[in-house]
Design a protein around this ligand. Structure first.
Ligand code: ZN
Length: 309
């Protein structure tokens, strides 16, 4: 039913498929995005008629911490829960701010201790370049801080900078901590059509939940930094960004598809983008058109309703 991340691929065929996807995606991105997500129906049992979206935010810089109180107020106003990718160093420095996330009923996601590859702090040192012991140390330290300072036990992980930063050694480290998921790959580069897929490691159960893109740029992560506020923004202005989010969400509902994004907290608070995103999601939820779980709830349902093994 699902395909597995760690299965050895036929590299020639995989490369050819990727090139073909890129050509088709470049010629007609909207149609490609729609087709790609409709293909989820070939693999999933529980997605039929059940469009699903998971909202997540990153707290990986000082401005993100500063924007956090307003972000939490926005989420509360729309009765919206989110996952927050948190960095151990910042939990250590601002435990009170992070405790508020837990108290508001949101989920915390392990985003390493020092966020290797961070644009400001460690631009020269990527998570994927660390030794397995160093990677495991980064994950464990963040996990421990969350437990000690916030009394919160994390069960999921997001690799800094995503993409190819997580290999089998990372999953080993996650399994040792009893984690149930990672969300560190990019939807259009997986072989499960952007759906969560199981990673087999010595019979342990762990899901990889790929992060999604948008109808206009189906191969680029749809987050605020890449899309609207980075050095080469794809969308000019917040209006264009929200328009792209609206179109993407409409496609998810039309295709009964699964999608998840992450947004950088400080960026998504600028110009009231988070409030508008929450309003769009809440509207779909009110009409019973969209399920808005946390990753924990999503993982529980996948194991309950799909025969994966
Ligand atoms: Zn990050």
């Amino acid at each position: 039913m699902f395909e597995y991340e760690l299965r050895r691929p036929n590299l020639g065929w995989e490369t050819a498929k990727k090139s073909l996807r890129r050509i088709v995606g470049g010629l007609s991105p909207r149609q490609f995005f729609k087709w790609y997500h409709r293909m989820q129906h070939r693999q999933a049992c529980w997605f039929i008629g059940s469009p699903t979206y998971v909202l997540t935010l990153n707290i990986d810089s000082q401005p993100d911490v500063e924007a956090l109180p307003d972000a939490l107020d926005n989420l509360a106003k729309w009765d919206m829960r989110a996952g927050f990718s948190c960095v151990g160093k910042l939990i250590e420095r601002y435990p009170e701010a992070h405790r508020r996330i837990v108290e508001a009923g949101h989920e915390l996601i392990n985003h390493t201790y020092s966020h290797p590859g961070n644009n400001r702090a460690r631009p020269d040192r990527y998570f994927g370049d660390l030794t397995p012991d160093q990677q495991s140390g980064e994950i464990q330290r963040c996990h421990q801080l969350s437990q000690d300072l916030l009394e919160y036990r994390m069960v999921g992980f997001r690799a800094p900078r995503l993409g190819r930063q997580n290999g089998s050694s990372v999953y080993d480290a996650l399994i040792k901590l009893g984690y149930t998921y990672s969300s560190s790959t990019i939807a259009t580069y997986t072989r499960a059509w952007g759906l969560p897929y199981p990673v087999h490691q010595e019979k342990h159960r762990i899901l990889e939940i790929p992060v999604g893109c948008s109808v206009r740029y189906p191969f680029t992560i749809f987050n605020t930094r890449c899309s609207s506020s980075g050095p080469a923004p794809l969308y000019h202005g917040s209006g264009a960004f929200i328009q792209a989010f609206t179109e993407t969400l409409t496609t998810v509902v039309e295709c009964d598809a699964f999608l998840t994004h992450f947004f950088d907290t400080a960026d998504v608070m600028r110009d009231g983008k988070l409030g508008r995103i929450c309003a769009l999601l809440a509207d779909r939820r009110e009409r019973d058109e969209l399920w808005l779980p946390t990753y924990r709830e999503l993982v529980d349902r996948v194991w309950k309703e799909c025969q994966l093994f």
